[in-house]
Design a protein around this ligand. Structure first.
Ligand code: PLP
Length: 369
């Protein structure tokens, strides 16, 4: 039996929506784009939403719209998917990492101020594994030092912090719609913001630098093609119409896991502060400190050999070869992140996992421990 690490939640409604779009003569920049944007904006309570062709593109455009460029330092977390840091480098900025909180696994707000230099221009806070970063102290530090604040919510659609939706906790936020995300468009992303100037800039930048008063061949600035097609939007609309059901399914499966993993003394899990609502993205356990990275890697191999999808979310970004080379980072620079990253195991997680499948995954983990 194979239990995949993740799987998109696709029903007949999604298939019908995509098929119906194929009858349309307008496969890009049509009515579905605006509808998808409205659905996400309404769901999170944002004034503006702009769809793009990936979460990475969305992060890139937000930083551009915030004026982050060559030589600018941007503070972020080393414990994340690499795109949350790469986006800083696309226009010549420099990612400056600070270590994470050992319990929430998110950037440690108390460490940010010490990393600020005269060249610091912004912060990219990541809602790691669907748990919002502790944004109030981060916003305070950003304000004090006049830094732009971007929230990478690629993993966190449906999460909230003190009652406010993830994605709206900085000046702009970005959701990702890759197939392992809560909602998928195949590939895609969504920028949300209450800031009209950021919105207008990203809408222009995603569409070859056109703006609303010029024509198709008038380009006000250097732009990109980061558009999301009508086919992708149709899929996303069908998903957004089922968002409550999708999130509830994931929460139910998370419950199966939490119930079974609660009494395992060899592992800990991400701590969810009481003022946060997590949006379940993955099911990651952390092995106790007396397990080594080699122990963890052997366990991953054995889980896979038994048909159980798993992965080491995430290796530290600062230890990726090109980060070491470019910025001189090395082992020991961010010990909290490294100790965690050496010991994580992401177990199979999606909304259609059955209780017997979760049983098998947990039972196998228990045996290997
Ligand atoms: C935290 C984080 N940031 C950025 C991205 C990039 O999104 P995409 O793959 O849609 O470009 C992802 C996921 O893929 C992510 O998990």
């Amino acid at each position: 039996m194979e239990i995949p690490l993740s799987r998109p939640d696709i029903t007949q409604a999604e298939r019908d929506a995509v098929n119906e779009t194929m009858q349309s003569p307008q496969l890009s920049l049509g009515p579905r784009l605006g509808e998808m944007e409205r659905l996400v904006a309404d769901f999170v309570g944002a004034k503006f939403a702009a769809a793009v062709n990936s979460g990475t593109s969305g992060l890139h455009l937000c930083l551009k719209a915030m004026g982050i460029g060559s030589g600018d330092e941007v503070i972020t977390t080393p414990f994340s998917f690499i795109a949350s840091s790469n986006c800083i480098m696309f226009d010549g900025g420099r990612p400056v990492f600070v270590d994470i909180d050992p319990e929430t696994w998110n950037i440690d707000p108390a460490r940010i101020a010490a990393a600020v230099t005269p060249r610091t221009r912004g912060v990219v806070a990541v809602d790691v594994f669907g748990l919002p970063a502790d944004m109030d102290p981060i916003r305070e530090t950003a304000k004090r030092h006049q830094l732009r604040l971007l929230e990478d919510s690629c993993e966190a659609l449906g999460a909230s912090y003190k009652g406010r939706s993830a994605g709206l906790l900085g000046e702009a936020g970005v959701f990702g719609f890759y197939p392992n995300k809560q909602v998928t468009t195949g590939e895609g992303g969504m920028i949300v913001t209450d800031d009209e100037s950021i919105y207008h800039m990203v809408v222009s930048l995603r569409n070859q630098g056109r703006d609303s008063h010029g024509g198709w061949l008038a380009h006000a600035r250097l732009g990109y093609n980061f558009r999301l097609s009508e086919i992708n939007c149709a899929l996303g609309i069908a998903q957004m119409r089922r968002i409550d059901e999708i999130l509830a399914n994931r929460e139910r499966v998370a419950g199966y896991y939490l119930h079974r993993l609660r009494d395992l003394p060899q592992i800990t899990m991400q701590r969810i502060p009481t003022n946060c609502r997590i949006s379940w993205f993955v099911m990651v356990v952390r092995l106790r400190d007396d397990y080594t990275r080699e122990d963890r890697d052997r366990m991953l191999e054995k889980l896979r050999a038994r048909g159980i999808g798993c992965n080491n979310y995430f290796p530290p970004i600062h230890l990726q070869p090109f980060y070491r080379e470019e910025f001189g980072y090395g082992p020991g620079d961010f010990p909290v992140c490294e100790a965690l990253a050496d010991r994580t195991i992401a177990l199979p997680f999606h909304g259609q996992l059955t209780e017997p499948e979760v049983d098998i995954a947990c039972q196998t983990l228990r045996e290997l421990l």
